[in-house]
Design a protein around this ligand. Structure first.
Ligand SMILES: *Cc1c(COP(=O)(O)O)cnc(C)c1O
Length: 345
């Protein structure tokens, strides 16, 4: 018996997207599996990606790297994007993780621990993590990868992309022979010139579009479904849910579905949320509550126990995110632990 709400992850689609991104970018993909593979489950996703040939992975935190090392074994390189804060090098060394060094303090911590292989982040204009080019350290032992991150990769027309690319290209010449990685998902589609030696996509591997819409060559990976718990006909003038968020001006057949904000179905779906049910997209009605949401199923042939799709092949993740006033990244990483992940492939 499936759980009332499930997140199904299609690992074949993930594998296909991995290869598609490599083909588009023309250089190897080093998958980003931070935040538990954007909520889809890093153990399953990274294991499959490794079977598809990936040998270098990125996480955000050391704790994520420790878990990933246990899952994947000794072979792959695992980079930790937030680097190595003072006092933390030991934890990274113990799990054979590679910090992406962002500051002089991190570099001192890593050298002090005789840390070995690591990466270096250059800030080419985003003003987030990394050394400004003029402060970048001399090449040092253990340095294997130099990276930078695009601020506007999801806007192909944004002139800042080209500026960041030029800054990166130039600073990278200071580290001859060191692997260069520049592009996240959006950057993959900015080619030519943005690939350098290795790509670092996250969201597009998981089926989301860098521009709020997936490239047609990418497949949906994640499907969030919820069971219909009850169906009722709401008379004219009556309301549905908290705060009378929906008032029926015509008799309305309403399906109460097992997905609420405690599952990660954002309350901000009101008033624009839609779900795929009975072969079509139907509006959510009123407020999303903790455990359930209401959907207009007037005129549809649906029954208790049927499942509605909140996002997946029929309701694009990016469209669902837009309806909730957010982006695919946040929608995926909001799905809570109450929702079991089921894997296909
Ligand atoms: C999260 C992240 C990525 C992946 O970004 P997507 O837009 O999901 O492809 C790549 N590089 C860095 C530094 C990141 O923080």
């Amino acid at each position: 018996m499936p759980s009332p709400a499930t997140l199904t992850v299609d690992l074949n689609a993930l594998a296909a997207n991995f290869h598609t991104l490599e083909a588009i970018g023309g250089v190897p993909v080093h998958p980003v599996v931070k935040a538990d593979s954007y909520g889809l489950g890093a153990a399953a996703c990274a294991t499959r990606l490794m079977a598809e040939g990936a040998r270098t992975f990125f996480v955000a935190r050391a704790s994520e790297g420790v878990a990933l090392r246990e899952t994947l074994g000794a072979e792959p390189a695992i980079y930790v994007l937030d680097g190595c804060a003072t006092g933390r090098a030991g934890k990274l060394v113990a799990a054979n993780l590679r910090p992406v060094i962002n500051t002089p303090e991190q570099l001192a911590e890593w050298k002090g621990a005789n840390g070995g292989a690591c990466g270096l982040q250059i800030d080419t204009g985003m003003n987030r993590l990394g050394f400004r080019p003029e402060d970048a350290p001399e090449p040092f032992d253990g340095l294997e990868l130099v990276l930078s991150h695009l601020a506007c990769a999801d806007e192909p027309g944004q002139e800042m992309n080209g500026r960041q690319r030029m800054v990166f290209e130039e600073i990278a010449t200071r580290y001859p022979g060191i692997l260069r990685s520049f592009s996240n998902s959006g950057g993959v589609f900015l080619t030519p010139g943005y690939g350098f030696d290795a790509l670092r996509p996250g969201i597009s591997m998981y089926g989301g579009g860098p521009e709020g819409r997936p490239d047609p060559r990418l497949k949906a990976v994640a499907t969030l479904e919820a069971e219909i718990l009850q169906i009722r006909d709401v008379p004219v003038g009556e309301s549905v849910g908290y705060s009378r968020g929906f008032v029926a001006d015509t008799v309305t057949r309403v399906a109460i579905c097992a997905a609420g904000y405690a599952d990660g179905v954002l309350r901000s779906y009101s008033p624009k949320g839609q779900v795929f049910v009975g072969g079509e997209l139907r509006p959510m009605l009123g407020r999303v509550s903790m455990d359930v949401c209401a959907v207009d199923v007037t005129g549809l042939d649906v029954s208790v126990g049927d499942r509605v799709e909140l996002f997946g092949a029929n309701r694009l993740l990016d469209d669902a995110a837009a309806a909730a006033g957010t982006i695919a990244y946040e929608l995926l990483t909001s799905i809570t632990a109450r929702v079991p992940r089921a894997y296909v492939g």
